[in-house]
Every structure is written in C-alpha cells, then in structure tokens.
Write a protein that binds this ligand. Structure first.
Ligand code: ATP
Ligand code: MG
Length: 143
C-alpha cells in the first residue's frame, strides 16, 4: 500500500514568509530520500514560486498565499496558489529572462523552477490568480 502524506500552509503575502515557506516545505520533503543538492533545489523552486506570488501576484500588497505539499510513493507534489493579478501570457512569462519588472528583476524564477523540478504546470487567469504545480520524483538508484 502506498499512502499519501501532505501538508497545507496559508501565509500572508509578505517577503518575510518566503524563507519560512521554503524551509517548511523542505522539512516536509525531507521525509523522502533526496540528496542534499536535490533538497536545495526544492528550496529554490519553492522560494521562486512564493516570491512570485508576493511580488507579482500581489505587487507586494496584502494577499493570501496557499502552499500545499504532498507525496505518494517517490513523487513529491508542491502547489503554490495566489489570488492576485494573474498572468496574461503564460508562455511568455516562462521564457528565460522574461520579466515584467526589468529594472529590478532577472526573469529567472520560472527557469529555476523548470531546471530543478521534473514538471512545472502554470495555471493562471488575469485578476483571478495563479496556481503553480511542481512535481519532483526521487530517483531510483537501482535502475
Ligand atoms: N504569481 C504570479 N502572479 C502574477 N504574475 C506572475 C506570477 N509569477 C510570475 N509572474 C510573471 O511572470 C514573470 C516571470 O517570472 P520569473 O519568476 O521567471 O521572473 P521574475 O520574477 O520577473 O524575476 P526573478 O524571478 O528572476 O526575480 C514575472 O515578471 C511576472 O510578470
Ligand atoms: Mg520570480
């Protein structure tokens, strides 16, 4: 039998909570058998997604960010959800170096998420919000 374990977090949109979310999800994820590098990668991906909700979703204003993490067998799933301004062009947003704040940002958040996770799914609607789903699987060392 493969049971599912999960956590849910709700945090106010505040840059101070990015480090908390990253560490909390990493602690949960560490129930699976990652290398230290992989755990660092998971932290970066979570930071990037939560930062995006705070900075872009809510424009550093008040808002709710929901974070869920779960795993079934070797598959970790992380979901970051905001109810902010949303993304008009989801493809363009994920291009390497694309940013809507070029004077301040590098436009690399999505690039890191794609680099470090096995799957990144972006669902977004303007003025409704954005949901990022990221999946990473523990590598089977025997295969
Ligand atoms: N949750 C979100 N809500 C609204 N827009 C978003 C959200 N996440 C990303 N975006 C849009 O997608 C663009 C690209 O995001 P990405 O994280 O790749 O780069 P960035 O945040 O601009 O720069 P960096 O992550 O390097 O600081 C953002 O500039 C923003 O326009
Ligand atoms: Mg970003």
């Amino acid at each position: 039998m493969t049971s599912t374990n999960w956590i849910k977090l709700e945090i106010p949109s505040d840059t101070r909570n990015v480090a908390f979310a990253r560490t909390a999800v990493a602690l949960f994820a560490s129930q699976l058998d990652w290398t230290l590098d992989e755990l660092e990668d998971i932290k970066v991906a979570v930071s990037e997604a939560v930062s995006n909700s705070v900075i872009h979703g809510y424009g550093l204003q008040e808002g709710l960010v929901k974070i869920g993490a779960s795993y079934t067998g070797p598959e970790l799933r992380i979901v970051i959800e905001d109810f902010g301004r949303g993304i008009a062009d989801i493809e363009q947003a994920q291009e390497v170096g694309f940013t809507s704040i070029p004077e301040e940002r590098m436009g690399l958040g999505f690039t890191f998420m794609h680099e470090y996770m096995d799957e990144v799914l972006v669902a977004s609607q303007v003025d409704t919000g954005t949901t990022i789903t990221m999946i990473k699987r523990v590598r089977d060392l025997e295969s």
